[in-house]
Write a protein that binds this ligand. Structure first.
Ligand SMILES: [Zn+2]
Length: 427
């Protein structure tokens, strides 16, 4: 490998040695931008540059697009994609403006996404002119969505066809934002109450050594992790989200492909998601706004293979699938009951400028604790109505109530838990 680089002559010897690992001759004579996480002025904070077209510009570990970076590698390897392709961002700017909000310049309120990620094209215009390849990590657009349950709610009079939020054909008008994770490692370590070096070493080792810079480049403090991000769906006027005089409904939903998309009856995910959307529409139609955040944390962030293994273990155990063994079976297979790390979840709420949630449509004590601990007030918690719980999901819901999930009813006793049974695999 050549150590010859254009435009990096000011580097110290030790930095130059690191650069050699990944660099190729720079096309532009520009240096990596320093990142001052938590600065209010985006130009002082510094642009996140994860480009692969010019290694000398990079100031992060990892690459854009999360897990899809691996597909990009396949496209390059097979010759379908030029490795030096630069995105043409014409007309891609946000369809609605969100922020800036005070939390954007609090280095501890937001550590797992880039608050300026949607507006890089605007705020870093001078840097583009200098040749920097800066990609948005957030995209904001508008859409009409249509779900049969919402049509049913409108037919039953629970939702109004008002022509603006809900159209005559049942379409729901939403503003939506897709967000890729951008991790500020010192802030993330602090949030998880571990040392930064412990965090870096675990990330390095548990990805099979995928990102050596985690342990070789302590000067690079931002990591674009190869994981799924989140999508925000906003119902109603976006300005209502931060207006103290208007109400806000929020559901934080973690992906469950089996139920959300395919309607599996083993859990309450899709019914609760739809109930959350309904609550958002009702709040928006009363003059407020509703926010659904959809996280790609399939199967409590254990993945679908683990999830299906657990389903089998639950249904084949002695005595069959029952609420009193619900969490134990997950722990047997995965080693833990849950890997979602709700400590990072409130970042997106702070990015939206949320300081008060009037209706939190969730029973999860972990989500409630994370949200309130981060400084957001929760006025009311909304459980899933009993008539929306599928028969085979009674095991899940009773186990969760016993484990501390919010309920307005009775917390099930040991005897009740042991009696709540699910279907057999053979049925
Ligand atoms: Zn589910």
């Amino acid at each position: 490998m050549s150590s010859e680089k254009t435009g990096s002559s000011e580097k110290t010897g030790s930095q130059a040695k690191h650069i050699v690992l990944t660099s190729h001759p720079a096309r532009f004579g520009v240096k990596p931008i320093s990142i001052q996480w938590g600065e209010a002025d985006p130009l002082v904070r510094g642009a996140i540059v994860g480009t692969l077209t010019n290694a000398a510009q990079r100031n992060v570990i990892g690459s854009h697009s999360g897990a899809y970076g691996v597909y990009r590698a396949l496209a390059v390897a097979s010759g379908q994609l030029q490795s030096d392709h630069r995105a043409d961002l014409t007309n891609t700017s946000p369809a609605a403006l969100l922020g800036p909000h005070p939390a954007w310049s609090d280095p501890e309120k937001i550590v797992s996404l880039d608050p300026f990620g949607a507006i890089v094209g605007e705020v870093y215009q001078p840097l583009y002119e200098q040749g920097y390849d800066i990609r948005p990590t957030i995209a904001i657009t508008k859409a009409h969505i249509n779900m049969p349950e919402l049509q049913e709610a409108a037919a039953k009079g629970r939702l109004k066809i008002d022509g603006t939020i809900m159209k005559a054909n049942g379409d729901l008008v939403v503003t939506k934002a897709a967000i890729e994770p951008v991790w500020y490692l010192p802030g993330l370590a602090k949030r998880l109450a571990v040392s930064e070096s412990t965090l870096r070493r675990a990330l390095f080792e548990q990805t099979g050594g995928m990102f050596p810079e985690l342990v070789t480049r302590p000067d690079l403090r931002v990591f674009l992790p190869p994981i799924g991000g989140m999508t925000v769906y906003i119902v109603g006027d976006v300005a209502a989200i931060t207006d103290p005089d208007r109400e806000l409904a929020v559901r934080i939903h973690d992906e469950c492909n089996g139920s959300d998309v395919f309607g599996s009856d083993i859990c309450t995910c899709r019914p609760y998601l739809v109930h959350g959307i309904e609550g958002c529409i009702q709040t928006a139609q009363a003059g407020g706004a509703g926010v659904i955040v959809y996280f790609r944390k399939e199967g409590r962030a254990l993945g679908e293979v683990t999830k299906f293994l657990v389903y089998n273990a639950r249904k084949r155990q002695e005595g069959g699938d029952r609420a009193d063994a619900y969490f134990a079976r997950t722990e047997c297979v995965a080693g833990v009951q849950d890997m979602r790390f709700q400590e990072l979840m409130p970042d997106v709420l702070h990015w939206l400028g949320i300081t008060r949630i009037d209706r939190l449509i969730s029973m999860s004590n972990m989500k409630f604790d994370a949200i309130t601990k981060s400084g957001i007030t929760v006025v009311e918690r909304v459980p899933i109505p009993a008539d929306l719980i599928p028969a085979d999901a009674q095991v899940e819901i009773e186990a969760k109530k016993a484990a501390g999930y919010y309920t307005e009813g009775q917390v099930p006793t040991e005897a009740i838990l042991a009696a709540v049974k699910g279907r057999d695999l053979s049925d």
